[in-house]
Design a protein around this ligand. Structure first.
Ligand code: SF4
Ligand code: SF4
Length: 344
């Protein structure tokens, strides 16, 4: 089965049956404008219309703090690799966040493969949900082409009034849906309703910055020495919020945490940020990006130019999180527009 529908009156059944079998994480309102993925037991706890969660689903794929190995040197050099893995179902993932997970999958499957990430990823089932309209004014998902689903999920829900249209994408998705047993087969009328919605979305979701997406890498190349970076460097306070909340930022630091006596201990991985000054420091004390403007430029190039050259893919999903959390009010769309004004 590829397509099904779920009556909204059965959503609670669906979630509670799923939660009885697996740990289910879904968007929950923290206050009217802030949402977070948290464990839920019923549909009543879930916010289906939500502005992207404070942290993206990357927190499940790449925990902020993770033990990589444990060591014991009391009798020789004993080391044990550790993979902290939890089996979960992620429900209600927006298409921009599906795109974010797809970026992480590419990076961590690149050489050298990151086994901890890959083992964990295989334990996470993803159920996406479509945005029928914009979450808020900071989104640029249409520019990045992430306002419509492009895979990366086991099941995908689209709200079509009194029911959800479900696209079943994987065997795991089919198994989960079958186990809940509260769906109906989709008919041609349901398919037509989905098509109508997607057509309507073409009128709602338009390129938000009026710059040809294909020209963006070139724009960043030409704008390498732009005064735009001086301005951002003046304003940025290097708090690292933008990289923490970014669904595709994956940089990390690794350190050893020895017990007292230094005979046993753990090797830990934690999130790091290119916005932190010591990030690009090398032995001898030299820092390749000691200026804030260099670090800002680097972050933008790591979204719009370098990954396009390496993976043929933008590493911005258009979710708008970096703009929402920036204390200096640095706005991603405005930055692209400013560069375009100078170099288009
Ligand atoms: S969130 Fe804003 S102020 Fe903080 S590092 Fe990012 S751009 Fe700079
Ligand atoms: S950025 Fe686009 S896809 Fe993401 S939540 Fe907002 S409207 Fe939905």
């Amino acid at each position: 089965m590829q397509n099904a529908i779920l009556r909204k009156s059965h959503l609670n059944d669906f979630i509670s049956k799923l939660a009885a079998m697996e740990k289910v994480m879904a968007p929950v309102a923290k206050d009217p404008t802030h949402f977070a993925f948290e464990e839920v037991k019923s549909a009543k706890e879930i916010s289906l219309r939500y502005i992207p969660t404070i942290l993206p689903p990357k927190k499940y794929f790449m925990p902020q703090h993770e033990t990589l190995l444990e060591y014991d040197t009391r009798e020789g050099q004993k080391m044990r690799a550790v993979a902290e893995v939890e089996k979960i179902v992620l429900f209600g993932v927006h298409t921009c966040d599906l795109a974010g997970v797809q970026c992480l999958n590419i990076v961590f499957s690149d050489r050298p493969k990151d086994l901890n990430y890959l083992i964990r990823k295989n334990k996470i089932a993803i159920i996406g949900i479509e945005c029928n309209e914009y979450c808020d004014e900071h989104a640029s998902c249409a520019l990045m082409g992430n306002h419509i689903p492009k895979g990366g999920y086991d099941m995908f829900f689209t709200d079509l009034g009194d029911y959800f249209f479900i696209h079943v994408n994987t065997q795991l998705g089919e198994e989960l849906l079958d186990k809940t047993g509260v769906y109906e087969e989709a008919t041609i009328e349901h398919m037509n309703a989905l098509e109508d919605l997607r057509n309507k979305k073409k009128e709602i979701f338009k390129n938000e910055v009026d710059v040809d997406k294909n020209m963006i890498p070139e724009l960043f190349k030409k704008g390498f020495d732009s005064p735009v970076w001086d301005d951002l460097g003046e304003r940025c306070i290097s708090c690292g919020n933008c990289t923490n909340v970014c669904p595709t930022c994956y940089c990390f630091d690794v350190y050893d945490d020895p017990d007292l006596g230094a005979k046993t201990g753990k090797r830990i991985r934690v999130w790091d940020s290119c916005q932190n000054e010591p990030f690009a420091k090398v032995a001898g004390g030299e820092s390749f990006r000691s200026q804030r403007k260099d670090r800002k430029r680097h972050r933008f190039n790591r979204k719009f130019r370098y990954p396009v050259e390496r993976y043929g893919k933008f590493f911005c999903t258009g979710c708008g999180r970096c703009t929402r959390v920036c204390m200096a009010k640095i706005n991603l769309k405005d930055t692209i527009k400013s560069l375009a004004k100078e170099y288009k």
